[in-house]
Write a protein that binds this ligand. Structure first.
Ligand code: PHE
Length: 342
């Protein structure tokens, strides 16, 4: 029996756990109800009375030593865990937790899809600064000086300098492209834009646009119509149709607003298309000769078309989202629905 006790004492001394779990297992095995110490105590009952004193002391010593060691080790492990930022880096035995895989934001998905469709038609992506000057956002695009878009109501100006502002559309990228390149030009311009609008279910002060520009000799309105029809079919389905309504933009002449047939009711009329069968998707037109000249392109020789659309709007129509603000709230319950999209 004395040997058993000595053995256990040695075990306690040599115990070197690698993980927190091992300490508790060790405690149960030694001090638990069916543990080794209780086994010894059981035997102790039948020990000869003259040996009881010495053995009793030994057993007590074993119990105290084991308890102390276990408590110190437990405290040590806890401290170590708190010291590491993850709290568990040193416990090699703990099971790992898998990182959650994120998904693309619906706005990114739709922007990428728009870009990809036009890339197939030979367009290349062009980007530009979000903080712009008056020339690239307004003047070069034929906005008259008194045009309301230049008003504080619509445009965010930087530091009261009316020349420096946040771009209100990505047409500024098209101006930069025309200044830097000679025709033929075929660019698609995705980016964030900023307008001083009250936030509601259908408007936000920050949103995303994709605009396109095609300039070459003999580019006609028929080319524009064909490009937009191709886009509509690729984005909303083969059965989609488009119609163009006359409109006005300072930088295009003639200008049009494009509607696509409602993909929810197939054109019969529903809540989403307000019973018209049509959904407005973009603005477009033939580039105004003044705009070509302003960027150093000869309007006698070249013509072109431009179009521009809001990514949030296209995404709302595509996914049937009724409130534009959802795109900005980053509520995972909303975003997770697009995990498998595209
Ligand atoms: N720039 C216009 C807007 O922001 C869209 C547009 C682009 C319209 C090109 C016509 C041609 O609303």
């Amino acid at each position: 029996m004395i040997e058993k006790i000595n053995d256990l004492l040695k075990k306690v001394e040599e115990f070197k756990p690698q993980a927190a779990d091992e300490i508790e297992q060790f405690r149960v095995k030694l001090l638990g109800r069916k543990g080794e110490l209780n086994e010894i105590l059981e035997e102790f009952k039948s020990v000869a009375p003259e040996l009881k004193r010495e053995l009793g002391q030994k057993i007590n010593a074993l119990k105290t030593q084991a308890t102390e060691k276990i408590n110190t080790l437990k405290a040590e492990f806890e401290n170590r865990m708190q010291e590491t930022p993850a709290g568990d880096a040193l416990d090699m035995s703990r099971p790992g937790t898998a990182d959650e895989i994120g998904s693309r934001h619906p706005i990114s998905l739709v922007r990428n899809q728009i870009v990809e469709i036009f890339t197939r038609l030979g367009y290349v992506v062009a980007e530009g600064p979000e903080i712009e000057d008056d020339w690239h956002v307004f003047s070069a695009l034929n906005f008259p000086p008194e045009h309301p878009a230049r008003d504080m109501q619509d445009t965010f100006f930087i530091e009261k300098n009316p020349d420096i502002l946040l771009r209100t559309h990505t047409s500024s990228i098209q101006v930069r492209t025309m200044e830097a390149q000679k025709p033929p030009i075929r660019v698609i311009c995705p980016g964030r834009v900023f307008r001083n609008e009250a936030i509601s279910y259908r408007a936000h002060c920050i949103f995303h646009q994709v605009e396109g520009l095609y300039i070459d000799e003999h580019v006609s309105f028929a080319d524009l119509k064909q490009a937009i029809l191709y886009f509509a079919k690729e984005m909303f389905g083969e059965q989609s149709q488009i119609r163009m309504r006359p409109s006005y933009f300072p930088f295009t002449e003639p200008s049009a607003e494009v509607d696509v047939s409602c993909n929810l009711c197939g054109g019969k009329g529903c809540n989403v298309c307000k019973h018209t069968g049509w959904l407005e998707i973009m603005g477009c037109g033939m580039v105004d000769p003044n705009v070509l000249s302003a960027s150093g392109i000869d309007p006698q020789k070249y013509s072109g078309f431009a179009f521009g659309m809001g990514v949030e709007r296209i995404a709302m129509l595509k996914y049937g989202v009724k409130d534009l603000r959802l795109y900005f709230e980053n509520d995972l319950r909303f975003l997770r629905q697009f995990e498998s999209a595209l």
